[in-house]
Design a protein around this ligand. Structure first.
Ligand code: ADP
Ligand code: MG
Length: 774
């Protein structure tokens, strides 16, 4: 069944060529016990290794079941070793981190035998060698004789045709040797056993045939076989180690060096910790900024004024440079003894927004779902009177800190108030006659407002119920003024206007409720004072349209009256126009305020506003102010830059851990060289060896990944605590689960990458030399 035909094998070390086999020809029977004798260095081991497919011959041929092995590929040799050969070594060569059972099962594991069958078979052979009770022990818990029995059990487990034993009793005492020899003799009953031994007595006593070696040649053979006849039907089961087996093997190995593995994983997790922390911080800051954007910045309305400040990019740049101290403007602090006159009016960067009725209509046509509120400020002077001690006088409306509250776009007039303001007392306004008093977060209100309203203000505190229900009145222009020739004057004596106040045409206005900006709403849109419905100014304007006073004023070409107006005079509109406006002659608002629903709809609102300007001349354009946008683009850009820099730093530690893993794996390869040899002898492919070490780095990589994520996650708590103490921001560091998963994957990938070269080196190791290492 097996024959060597003129096998030659020599080793070259440097210049020196050592012939180990010098044309050996031997044939073996299917079932015999052959002992090989010979002095040390005569080529016995080499011959055994060649027979076992562990070592390659230089020339000649090895015939297995009538088939030449000259054309054998690596995979054929692997299968041959696994299926047909059982090795027994002098130094046992058990895998020390595996249990006895796992050691015996390994050959079957490699050829993919099912675990139940494997277990059954392994138990059977372990029983045969008399070690049934020790199956869960580790090799180092056994005596030498016991270890050799395990090795024999392992050799038998896959039920090979040939057992190759290289001085199996060389390390054992005489008594144990005899027990082992008895066992081998028993095995030889139905197998071909080829055993190398130093001991001629043992050989004579047990073997059927003795072959003697000297200087790489067979010098005697007691029972040689000339021509070997054999059937050629012969197929081998290919071997392959599953990644799971590789994982188990490496897992078992790692268990024997827990501390080293832990420390390695920890050290290589530092990069992951760094990156995870940085990501969770920037993630958190991004979230904070997002929240800030939606909460606060979307609260910043877009304002369209009749006069807009043109925002010049260059101007903003120079402002920023000034702030950063980068300003090196030329022409500053001139030495010349002259002054430079310039026209301030011409140089003012203002733009007159011509808010026409068409434009107001355009605004009204906006998709209302984009807005949470829409407010108009109209330049109308309402003549408002208060009654104190039976005496009515005009209120200087400026003192009331008037503001008109925006209308919620869903049609709910007070929706905006409900969303942003707490009702402290009374009711939200229901009709245009209802006013609300807006107080600040301390419930404070300027005494000026109270005095204007006619409420006694020289008290420490005033009860809500003394305010809610308080009434004042608005008087229409035609009642308030009378025409005297070309002039208008007040229709009654300003020191007592009770007549007007009590007139049934006077519009009663009542403070319906007291409201306060909600906690957490950052932008106060209504000034602390009196807030009224836009319906009121619309009503006033409506009534003013046909008013005598307005008509006369429209015809006049001089200014007769200086009214009070809500809106501050901007100095550009001419006096007559503004006077008319303040009398309520113009319906077009002085200012339009749009409250976008959130940050995303803000973009749409802006593009809607922009599209009005498409193709228009510069003077016809409507320029709006959106303070929020500049702020955001600045802050998130800086965050991104900082994050990138920090990640770059942390990435360096990843590279360091890559190198470290590479070194650790290399050391592991050196440590596990023997194991590599054993696995190869059992039929493991080169690929399987790579797999074993990849499994090891996979374990270390996952460990370091998970450890890194765990530590980073734990660190977010003290980090958040400190950040909260320092900045008042809550829960800034938030580890995104997706980042965590990605980082574990990165960690695994990097460590496998780091271990790849050592793993490849391991697979290239010569099995014979690997077995020789101690
Ligand atoms: P034996 O087992 O009979 O003692 P070996 O088969 O181990 O002898 O060795 C035969 C010869 O080949 C010896 O001279 C030994 O030094 C040499 N030899 C064996 N393996 C190697 C090797 N890997 N490199 C160089 N020389 C070797
Ligand atoms: Mg030897």
């Amino acid at each position: 069944m097996l024959s060597l035909k003129n096998i030659k094998k020599s080793y070259v070390t440097g210049e020196f060529k050592q012939v180990a086999l010098n044309g050996v020809s031997l044939s073996f029977r299917q079932n015999e016990f052959v002992a090989i004798l010979g002095p040390s260095g005569s080529g016995k081991t080499t011959c055994l290794n060649v027979i076992g497919g562990l070592d390659n011959y230089d020339s000649g041929d090895l015939i297995i079941n009538g088939k030449s092995t000259r054309e054998f590929k690596d995979s054929d040799w692997d299968a041959y070793r696994n299926n047909s050969i059982g090795f027994v070594f002098q130094s046992y060569n058990l895998i020390s981190h595996l249990s006895i059972l796992d050691n015996v099962e390994m050959g079957m594991t490699l050829s993919g035998v099912s675990s139940s069958e494997k277990h059954e078979k392994a138990m059977e052979v372990l029983e045969r060698v008399g070690l049934k009770e020790h199956v869960h022990k580790r090799p180092n818990q056994l005596s030498g004789g016991q270890m050799q029995r395990v090795a024999i059990a392992r050799a038998l487990a896959n039920d090979p045709d040939i057992i190759l034993a290289d001085e199996p009793t060389g390390a054992l005492d005489t008594k144990t040797s005899i027990q082992i020899m008895d066992l081998i003799k028993d095995i030889a009953k139905d197998k071909l056993v080829i055993m190398v031994t130093h001991n001629p007595e043992l050989a004579k006593e047990y073997a059927d045939r003795i072959v003697e070696f000297r200087d790489g040649n067979v010098i005697s053979d007691t029972n040689s076989l000339e021509d070997e006849k054999s059937n050629t039907s012969y197929s081998l089961r290919k071997t392959s180690m599953s990644f799971l087996t590789a994982l188990k093997l490496s897992g078992m190995n790692i268990r024997t060096k827990k501390w080293r593995t832990f420390l390695t994983a920890f050290a290589s997790s530092i990069g992951i910790i760094g990156i995870a922390l940085i990501l969770s911080l920037s993630n958190g800051f991004d979230k904070q900024i997002d929240m800030f954007e939606t909460d606060t910045l979307s609260g910043f309305p877009i304002m369209i004024n009749q006069t807009a400040t043109e925002i010049d990019v260059n101007d903003m740049k120079s402002q920023r440079n000034k702030m950063l101290g980068l300003d090196k403007e030329e022409g500053k602090y001139p030495d010349s003894e002259v002054i430079y006159p310039y026209n301030a009016e011409e140089n003012r960067r203002t733009h007159k927004n011509n808010l026409t009725e068409d434009y107001v209509k355009y605004i009204e046509d906006i998709d209302k779902s984009l807005l949470s509120g829409l407010g108009y400020t109209r330049l109308v002077n309402m003549n408002i009177l208060k009654m104190v001690d039976d005496t009515a006088t005009t209120i200087n409306t400026k003192d009331l800190n008037l503001s008109s509250y925006p209308i919620s776009t869903d049609g709910n007039k007070i929706g905006y108030l409900e969303k942003n303001y707490d009702l402290l007392y009374g009711n939200y306004p229901e009709t245009m006659n209802d006013l609300v008093l807006v107080v600040d977060e301390y419930n404070k209100i300027d005494t000026k407002v109270l005095e204007a309203l006619g409420i006694s203000s020289n008290l420490e505190e005033i009860n809500f119920n003394n305010i809610v229900g308080h009434e004042i009145k608005a008087v229409l222009n035609d009642d308030y003024y009378k025409k005297v020739g070309n002039f208008f004057t007040l229709s009654v004596n300003p020191s007592d206007m009770s007549e007007l106040y009590n007139n049934e045409r006077a519009i009663p206005l009542k403070i319906a409720g007291i409201i306060r900006l909600k906690d957490g709403v950052d932008i106060s849109l209504l000034s602390n004072g009196i807030s009224y419905s836009d319906d009121l100014s619309k009503y006033f304007i409506e009534k003013s349209k046909d008013s005598e006073v307005v008509k006369a004023q429209q015809e006049a070409d001089y200014n007769v009256f200086t009214g009070q107006s809500f809106a501050e005079d901007n100095g550009t509109s001419n006096a007559k126009e503004s006077l008319l406006a303040s009398l309520g002659a113009t319906e077009v608002p002085y200012m339009i305020t749009l409250y976008p629903k959130d940050f995303t709809t803000k973009d749409e609102v802006i593009s809607y506003l922009d599209s009005w300007n498409d193709g228009k001349d510069k003077e016809d354009m409507i320029i709006y102010n959106d303070m929020a946008s500049t702020f955001v683009s600045l802050s998130s850009g800086i965050m991104d830059a900082i994050t990138m820099v920090l990640i770059a730093f942390a990435a360096i530690s990843l590279v360091v851990s890559l190198i470290m893993v590479s070194i650790i794996t290399y050391i592991s390869v050196l440590e596990r060289t023997k194991e590599i040899g054993v696995l190869r002898a059992l039929g493991a492919r080169k690929k399987d060896i790579t797999r074993v070490f990849n499994a090891e780095t996979f374990i270390i990589g996952s460990l370091s990944g998970f450890l890194g994520i765990l530590i980073a996650w734990l660190l977010t708590f003290p980090t958040n605590h400190i950040l909260y103490k320092v900045t008042d921001l809550e829960n800034v560091a938030v580890l995104n689960p997706i980042h965590a998963i990605l980082l574990v994957i990165i960690s695994v990938t990097l460590t496998i990458l780091g271990g790849f070269i050592p793993a490849k080196m391991a697979s290239k190791k010569d099995p014979v030399e690997a077995l020789r290492t101690e």
